[in-house]
Design a protein around this ligand. Structure first.
Ligand code: ADP
Length: 304
């Protein structure tokens, strides 16, 4: 469990994180979202005790990170700025870490296996591709078998296979009862990996809720309708109080305010033929874009 209470971090007069209160619970994957500059990395550094808050607190399993007898057994992290000695092999890097933390050699081989780096274990980490470097970073986060995992953009540089692998790994780790906090800019991936979302914008908490309710809250649910008698059906549905949106295809429209059951019943009563009747669910990307529109700090200039 990670608990932040009124967590604030200022750099000069700029608040990178302001009055942040949230709880990251065990047993689920929590997605940590927000535009660049929202304060995600700062928050992760504060959790890991790599930076001190200006005010407020953040604890991992009830205590400050540094107050744990074996902090790495409590939290394993993959953060952006990782120091890997380029001349060291992957195994050498993990062995050095294991020695410092009092972890046996056997565990090093175990995590090399978990991340699929057995074959490359003897190669110099400096020659690793971005994806292999990410795998090594994940191996080092897992080394002490931590109860809490914090991963900043872990899929960065991974190929589709690697992305799938990390999705299954994280879901499995959460199912074992661990706490998993994950940041990523890949919304489609986040949507299938995380069960819960924490969204930040300009240093502040924007949302802390389940993935399903975040997506559902964001947009009015619509139903896609296709019918050879679209014009008369539109009128009938409007009379029932529906809002009808054009879909840009002949004979197709989208309905807001009525369920697919309602629409089917209206069509049946009026003896109108339906070719398609499909409830549309919004996407995480749409929900996220709608929420963070105003808090994007560095927006690319629109092309003239
Ligand atoms: P994110 O990870 O969401 O992109 P960051 O936590 O990196 O956001 O940054 C939040 C804000 O704090 C940004 O405006 C950033 O410029 C600022 N910031 C982060 N670290 C420092 C630092 N060490 N010194 C000054 N400003 C910082």
């Amino acid at each position: 469990m990670i608990e932040a209470k009124s967590l604030t971090k200022r750099y000069g007069d700029k608040a990178a994180v302001e009055d942040l209160t949230f709880t990251v619970r065990p047993g689920v994957v929590t997605g940590f979202l927000g535009p660049n500059g929202a304060g995600k990395s700062t928050t992760m550094r504060l959790i890991m005790g790599m930076d001190a808050p200006t005010s407020g607190t953040v604890t991992v399993n009830g205590r400050h990170f540094s107050q744990h007898a074996r902090p790495l057994k409590t939290v394993g992290a993959l953060l952006e700025a990782r120091a890997i000695h380029p001349g060291r092999s992957a195994r050498g890097h993990l062995l050095a870490q294991a020695a410092t933390a009092g972890i046996g050699r056997q565990r090093v081989d175990e995590v090399l296996g978990v991340v699929g780096l057995e074959e490359a274990a003897g190669r110099r980490a400096g020659r690793f591709s971005l994806g292999m470097g990410q795998r090594l970073g994940i191996a080092s986060a897992l080394l002490a078998d931590p109860e809490i995992l914090i991963l900043d953009e872990p899929v960065n540089g991974l190929d589709p296979d690697g992305i799938r692998w990390i999705r299954f790994l994280l879901r499995e780790l959460a199912a074992e009862g661990r706490t998993v906090l994950l940041s990523s800019h890949l919304m489609s991936e986040m949507a299938v990996t995380a069960d819960h979302v924490i969204v930040m914008g300009r240093g502040r908490l924007l949302r802390d809720q389940s993935m399903a309710s975040f997506i559902a809250d964001a947009g009015a649910e619509r139903v896609r309708v296709r019918s050879p008698e679209a014009d008369s059906l539109r009128e009938l549905l409007a009379r029932e109080g529906a809002i009808v949106h054009e879909a840009g295809e002949p004979g197709v429209f989208a309905v807001e305010g009525l369920t697919s059951d309602d629409i089917g019943t209206v069509a049946r009563k009026a003896d109108v033929t339906l070719y398609e009747l499909a409830p549309q669910t919004g996407s995480l990307e749409e929900a996220y874009m709608a929420l963070t529109e105003d808090s994007v700090e560095y927006r690319a200039k629109e092309a003239a």
